[in-house]
Ligand binder design. Sequence first.
Ligand code: G3H
Length: 252
Amino acid sequence: NVMKEVSGLHVLEERLREKLKLAEVIIVPGDSDRDQWVKTEMGKAAVNRLLPLLKSERTIAVTGGTTLAAVAEMMKPLPNRKRPLIVPARGGLGEHVENQANTICSTMAQKANGEYRLLHVPDQLSKESYQSLIEEPGVKDVLEQIRSAGIVIHGIGEATTMAERRNSSSIVFQEIEKQNAVAEAFGYYFDQDGTIVHKLKTVGLQLDDLTDDKTIFAVAGGSSKANAIAAYMKRGPRQILITDEGAANELL
Ligand code: G3H
């Protein structure tokens, strides 16, 4: 792409790929902390990278967040009237409805002319109700589809920002403060070394489910997320990162 050659973004992509030891890095111009349209550009980049994979893969698991909402908005129908299946990666994490994986999943399916399944598992449940709910056939089937997804697309958040946005309890705040959590993804909180220091209880994909046979996209940008991205990538799968110049410059 000519714009990237001219702007030197390819050089930046290669340097960041090496630094984080990832398979692939895609950087869009701008800083999404400052300009909202940059998130849309990350969404577009993710969709462009995703579409060719859907020739051979049908199921995509998506997480929540505003970045994933932008990915969903940019989604397009596939050629040959193929209908992908979109599933939420995790159950509720305390997000507002527009940021929930379920919502993003249904938007993405609509844009793709695809199908979707939802996970109707509330955030706060007693151990007993939780256990019986995940044994329900409807829930069990969706959980199986989630685990079988060949493609996973997720966001990465800054720990305190995410805890605030989710109206987390003071216990959670104390915990992430005490443990110096800097990053959050999939409901897991990580410290600077990528060690898991806290985890929200919810069903769906666990970090250990992110095996190498899946194609995994992390979509996260904005200079304020640089630390979080670096921390998560010490532990997370070393696959595709879609980010922006703001985060990339800060990371390098
Ligand atoms: O888990 C990470 C968050 O969902 C990221 O949210 O894209 O709104 O920053 P965001």
